[in-house]
Every structure is written in structure tokens, then in C-alpha cells.
Design a protein around this ligand. Structure first.
Ligand code: 13P
Length: 344
């Protein structure tokens, strides 16, 4: 029988004390793509060494409540043989696991994606629980373009997210439900807001149909942003207002936390926008507004490391800095001076 109290406690712990999640669950092809840009070898050992750098960063648990691992990573160890899961747990960080099998082209819907991975999921979740995971993640990808997203793509992805979430709760894992509306394209902030709201409404409708307990889940959405190629970019306050409006309309108050993905924003912008939301609206919101960033926490550190052992301490300092900036953003206390003091 599922321990409902345990699910609720874990979900609350994931967004407690102004901390957030660190996504370090890049699939091997995605991790290799990021390594290739920096001339880092595309090997199992390089991926292991990078993840060891992350999980051994001194003080990371001060601002990171949970880390999302990839299948390869949850089975790996530090060079001294300590499993990553133990290293994280000892640092006060809850281990989580990405369980989707990736976004694939959707039949009959050119340009759109459907996330696979439901077949056999119950068995895989049971193994991840044995390996020490306490929460899981599934990412759905929604593309904005001419005439898309279609209702078909929205409903199929929402349905898969809800079935995944139900299986997670059955297994005692908190589902992180991630419907990502991509930043690619020249669409406006308003268009992103319309699409994001429609997607989130569809997701919560399916979560309800599948009987998912909202108190025992985390929503991981995109911020409402103009497309990367949109000529009109927006202020932090405009992004904060549009994002909060969308969430208030679509996300039930029973959900304990909303942890944003960064989606290709610069690390500084991701922190500044999260800060604007918390500074302007926190006291009026029913859920915590937190973060679950991958690139916006890892990228500066990876650029320092570049696969060189000698750069590990400096890279860890950069990682720690980004995590602390985002913790400050949860309190509405992030500012540009924090970046200057770190840079010199
Ligand atoms: P980004 O923060 O780099 O968008 O990654 C978050 C994530 O986990 C995507 O699934």
C-alpha cells in the first residue's frame, strides 16, 4: 500500500527552506552534446567524473533539496567507490530519477513530439526505489509554431504524464510532472502564455482523471516567455506577471510546489525572473515557487571544468554560487550584485 504521508512529506521537503532541485539527468546523447561543445571527451568516465564533481560540491545541500539523476548515473559511484546516491543522501540531498524514454516524433503530427516510456514503467520504478530514488521526473515537450501545438499533442502528452504520475505514486515516488513549452521560435510572450495555460489545464484534468494525489507531486513547468527569436523580449516583471497569472489559473492550490525548468535562459536571467516572481507575488500564492534547473545551474561550472581535474574546485565554486543565487531568488533576495561579488 502506498504510504500517502511519506509522499506528501517528500514533496514538501523538495520545496522546503527556500531550496530547489538540481536536474543532472541529461540523457547520454544530451550530455555528450554539451561535452562536445567544450571539447570534453564523450566517455562514460567523463560523464561519471562530471557527476562526481556535482555531488561532491561542498555545501550544495544548503540550497539544493533534491537531485534528478539519469539511469546511468544512479548506478555510478565516486572514484572511492561511494555510490552517488549515498553521497547525495549524506549531503542532505534527496535522490531522484528521470524515467521517461525521451520525446519522439508524434505520428501524423509533423513537428510535434510525444514522450515515450510507459511500457514496463512499473517494473523500472520498483528498481529505482531499490536503488534509493524518492522522486521521479517525466518531461513532455510542447512545440509552439504555425498551427501548433495541436490538441492531439497536448492531450496525448498530458495523458502520458498523468499515467506516469499515477504509477510513481503507486511505487511511493513523488512525480515531478514536467510539461515543457519550448522557447524555440519567434512567438510572443502572450502566445506562450496561452499555450502554457492550455497545456497546464489539460495536464491537471488528466491528473484528476487518473486519480493522482496533488499533495504528493511537484509541477515542473516552463516560465511564460517570448520565443528566443521573438523581436520583442520582455522585462523580468512582465515575465513574472505572465507566469504567475498562468499558474494561478491552471494549478490547483493543493500542489505543494512549482519548480521551474530553465529551458535555455541564461543562468542570470533564470535567477532574476524567479526572483521577480517571489519578490512580487510570494505572499499571495498557494504553492512554493522553486527551481529545478539543469543548464542554468550547471553550465558556468561545466565551462570552467572542461574535463580538467585541476579545475574541479573552481567549477564547484561556480556551481555552488548558482545554487545559492537561486535560493536567494526563492526569497526574493537575489540581485545583480551577487553576480559581481562572485566574479571578482
Ligand atoms: P533545463 O533547466 O536545462 O531546461 O533542464 C531542466 C530539465 O530537467 C529538462 O528536463
Amino acid at each position: 500500500m502506498t504510504d500517502i504521508r511519506k509522499l506528501i512529506d517528500t514533496a514538501q521537503e523538495m520545496v522546503a527552506n527556500d531550496k530547489g532541485l538540481l536536474a543532472m539527468d541529461e540523457s547520454t546523447p544530451t550530455c555528450d552534446k554539451r561535452f562536445a561543445k567544450l571539447g570534453i571527451p564523450l566517455t562514460v568516465e567523463a560523464r561519471r567524473a562530471w557527476r562526481e564533481l556535482i555531488v561532491t560540491t561542498p555545501g550544495l545541500g544548503e540550497s539544493i533539496s533534491g537531485a534528478i539523476l539519469f539511469d546511468e548515473t544512479i548506478r555510478q559511484q565516486k572514484r572511492d567507490g561511494t555510490p552517488f546516491v549515498k553521497a547525495l543522501t549524506d549531503a542532505g540531498i534527496i535522490p531522484g530519477i528521470k524515467v521517461d524514454a525521451g520525446a519522439k516524433d508524434m505520428a501524423g503530427h509533423p513537428g510535434e513530439k510525444i514522450t515515450e516510456g510507459l511500457d514496463g514503467l512499473r517494473g523500472r520504478l520498483a528498481e529505482y526505489v531499490q536503488l534509493g530514488a524518492r522522486f521521479a521526473k517525466w518531461r513532455a515537450v510542447i512545440v509552439v509554431g504555425d498551427g501548433i501545438p495541436s490538441r492531439a499533442a497536448i492531450e496525448a502528452n498530458a495523458h502520458a504524464l498523468a499515467r506516469y504520475a499515477a504509477l510513481c505514486q503507486e511505487a511511493g515516488l513523488v512525480p515531478v510532472v514536467e510539461p515543457e513549452v519550448l522557447m524555440d521560435g519567434d512567438h510572443t510572450l502572450e502566445r506562450c502564455g496561452e499555450v502554457t495555460e492550455e497545456v497546464q489545464r489539460a495536464v491537471f484534468s488528466q491528473l484528476s482523471t487518473q486519480g493522482v494525489m496533488l499533495e504528493g507531486m511537484i509541477l515542473k513547468p516552463n516560465m511564460v516567455l517570448p520565443g528566443l527569436a521573438c523581436p520583442k523580449q520582455e522585462t523580468e516583471d512582465a515575465v513574472a506577471e505572465a507566469t504567475v497569472r498562468c499558474l494561478l489559473r491552471a494549478v490547483p492550490a493543493a500542489v505543494p510546489g512549482v519548480a521551474f525548468l530553465s529551458g535555455g535562459q541564461s543562468p542570470e536571467l533564470a535567477s532574476a525572473r524567479l526572483n521577480a516572481m517571489n519578490a512580487g507575488y510570494k505572499s499571495r500564492l498557494p504553492w512554493a515557487l522553486a527551481f529545478s534547473f539543469a543548464r542554468a545551474i550547471q553550465q558556468p561550472a561545466m565551462e570552467i571544468w572542461r574535463g580538467d581535474e585541476a579545475h574541479v574546485p573552481a567549477a564547484q565554486q561556480a556551481l555552488h554560487h548558482r545554487a545559492m543565487c537561486n535560493r536567494a531568488a526563492r526569497r526574493g533576495e537575489y540581485n545583480a550584485a551577487m553576480e559581481r561579488s562572485a566574479n571578482g
